[in-house]
Design a binder for this molecule. Structure first.
Ligand code: IPE
Ligand code: IPE
Ligand code: MG
Length: 244
């Protein structure tokens, strides 16, 4: 059941992006293995998704695994993939039933076969849904994404399908994994780290950033609403002088 929202967001908030950080530290603090932090983290995704829905936010991006996360021990990577598969298995019926489209941003070719399969099935099954969009960033890196887009555009120019004069910001965005998604309005990173870690650099160009010390497994509905209240107070000028 969707709870009643506690205050009204008046600012446009079409797309919120999350860097779900601090799972390992959350587990360490409790004397648990790091992977149990990742397990707990997956449970927060639905709660955060539901809270976004209360505020009628249609698009949510979640950073699940970066191109740099291959630097972690294989055992931790395996656990992460296990939990991701579990998340899809447990939630896909529900997400589909409320009209959620699942998309995955990132290079899935390097992801193990069973996880890739679960992702493709979810994408295929929900491709015609349009009420809500969950964008899972998996083996995602912004620099990789931008280089890929550039190569794809260069190929099309070489083949004569595209003229150099046609390349502009709108066209470029179409070659990114996030093609068709609105720009990010709000980017939230948990765990106190204040960096982007190669996350959606192009899409975050004019996002408002909130860095909260809360670790992702502790990031509950109320904490997200606090972020929305903070966002509501921001003055988004987009280079102009307007005072919203
Ligand atoms: C974020 O939590 C999840 C992933 C990077 C996959 P971390 O695993 O980075 O947790 P900390 O930052 O070590 O606490
Ligand atoms: C970013 O977190 C990636 C994800 C949350 C999936 P990291 O914990 O990997 O980032 P760094 O290493 O602290 O920059
Ligand atoms: Mg981290």
């Amino acid at each position: 059941m969707r709870k009643k929202q506690v205050f009204k967001l008046t600012k446009k908030l079409d797309h919120v992006a999350f860097i779900m950080d601090g799972n390992g530290r959350w587990a360490n603090l409790r004397g648990l293995p790091r992977h149990l932090g990742h397990h707990e983290a997956c449970k927060r995704i639905i709660e955060i998704f539901e809270t976004c829905r209360e505020f009628n936010i249609k698009v949510m991006s979640f950073y699940a695994f970066s191109t740099e996360n291959w630097n972690r021990p294989q055992e931790e990577i395996d656990h992460l993939m296990d939990y991701l598969e579990e998340f899809f298995h447990q939630q896909i019926d529900y997400l589909d039933s409320i009209g959620t489209k699942l998309i995955v941003s990132g290079d899935l070719s390097r992801i193990r076969e069973q996880t890739r399969k679960v992702c493709y099935e979810a994408i295929e099954r929900t491709k015609n849904n349009n009420n809500w969009i969950i964008n899972v960033c998996l083996n995602y890196g912004s620099r990789d994404e931008i280089v890929r887009a550039t190569k794809a555009i260069a190929e099309e120019v070489k083949e004569g399908k595209l003229a150099v004069a046609d390349i502009n910001e709108t066209l470029f965005a179409k070659y990114l994994y996030t093609n068709g998604l609105p720009d990010i309005d709000l980017m939230i990173r948990t765990s106190g780290e204040q960096r982007l870690s190669n996350y959606l650099l192009y899409q975050n160009a004019y996002a408002e950033f909130i860095f909260t010390p809360t670790k992702w497994p502790d990031f509950r509905r109320e904490k997200l609403i606090d972020c929305f209240k903070e966002f509501e107070k921001r003055n988004r000028r987009f280079g102009g002088l307007k005072n919203e």
